[in-house]
Design a protein around this ligand. Structure first.
Ligand SMILES: [Zn+2]
Ligand SMILES: [Zn+2]
Length: 358
């Protein structure tokens, strides 16, 4: 990672520090002009921005919705610094739903705003939270994407509402419910959020498949069974755990996933597979036995991001006692963001959060 020299030719304008992704594998820490408070919107002082595996993907090879150059960061909380008729007070603590959606297309009208035909996303094609200040457009304020942080929650916990919201989307799509057995591929931050959420939704059995021993260890307190599919017989252990039925829900929260035929052999009748993680192109195509889906009533569901309502629900769950704090294994300053990016990229611990923007 290339952390460029800071330059100080302020020339009367205000500058802030930001981590700018200029191109794949080129992230510069530099001064950029302060964003202005947009009409009807607000200017936020960022207090916490957590690093997501999508940020790593964007750093390494780009992403469908990413436009360069870009300040990344879409898991953001902070305080209102300036507002222009937004109906908020300077100093209010807020968490931002990063999708800026139109509110009127067929998908917005159905409350699936994450699929909005005209969506722009903070940290993807609008500048995000790896900076001292964030400009939040009027549309976000009007659409209810600026969420007050409940009392008792700190900025770090609030920033994790967005990734938890994405897990809620996946589990609503896959209809995780009371008594379900759930298998999660990947025990990274998203995998563990999924495990905690599945329990809250009433899952009776939660298993995780993880190839990294360090992560497998951290997953043991959240799952009934943690297997290493490189070493263990996942099929045998999974069938043993589910009384020979297979899992009601399988969630792919990792790029390390078996071929489709193996996944379906682990799935109970009426079972659902949630495609939570995007996969690299060489792993993304699969051949399917449609007759197997037909006879066993299997379902496959995709999920991408979350809706603003799911983001709000996530804040409520965290406020209600869901312990997301234990997922944070690294805190860095913006000036040392490369350390947080390496923490996430090397999959050494779990979640890294930028907490100091000075
Ligand atoms: Zn994310
Ligand atoms: Zn729309």
């Amino acid at each position: 990672m290339n952390c460029g020299e800071l330059y100080n030719n302020n020339g009367g304008n205000f500058f802030m520090i930001a981590a700018v992704l200029e191109a794949p594998r080129r992230m510069d820490l530099r001064e950029v002009e302060d964003p202005v408070c947009p009409e009807g919107g607000l200017l936020m002082k960022v207090e916490a921005s957590s690093i997501c595996s999508t940020d790593i993907k964007m750093y390494e090879r780009g992403q469908r919705d990413l436009v360069y150059p870009r300040i990344l960061g879409h898991e953001i909380s902070g305080v209102v610094f300036e507002e222009d008729g937004a109906g908020l007070q300077v100093g209010d603590r807020v968490q931002i739903y990063p999708g800026v959606y139109c509110g009127s297309c067929p998908y917005c009208r159905r409350k699936t705003e994450n699929l909005c035909e005209g969506i722009r996303i903070i940290g993807f094609n609008l500048d995000g939270g790896f900076a001292e200040y964030l400009s939040v457009p009027e549309q976000s304020v009007k659409n209810g994407s600026v969420n007050p942080i409940p009392d008792g929650l700190d900025f770090e916990e609030a920033a994790l509402a967005e990734p938890l919201g994405c897990c809620i989307n996946s589990q609503e799509m896959a209809r995780v419910q009371d008594g379900d057995s759930v298998l999660i591929f990947g025990a990274g931050p998203a995998g563990l959020l999924h495990a905690m959420l599945a329990r809250l939704r009433g899952a009776s059995v939660v298993a995780a498949a993880e190839t990294l021993d360090s992560r497998a260890r951290l997953a043991r307190s959240s799952a009934d069974l943690v297997v290493n599919p490189d070493r263990d017989d996942l099929f045998y252990l999974g069938m043993d755990l589910t009384g020979g039925r297979g899992f009601d829900v399988i969630i792919l929260a990792s790029r390390d996933v078996p071929v489709a035929s193996e996944l379906f052999s682990l799935l109970a009748p009426r079972g659902r597979i949630s495609l939570f993680s995007g996969l690299p192109p060489d792993l993304a195509s699969a051949s399917l036995d449609f007759n197997r889906l037909h006879y066993r009533e299997h379902m496959i569901v995709g999920s991408y991001g979350c809706t603003p309502a799911q983001n709000r629900k996530a804040l409520e769950l965290i406020s209600g006692g869901m312990d997301v704090r234990r997922l944070i294994t690294e805190r860095v300053s913006l000036r040392k963001i490369w350390r947080g990016m390496e923490h996430a990229r090397g999959r050494r611990g779990l979640k890294a959060v930028v907490t100091d923007f000075g």
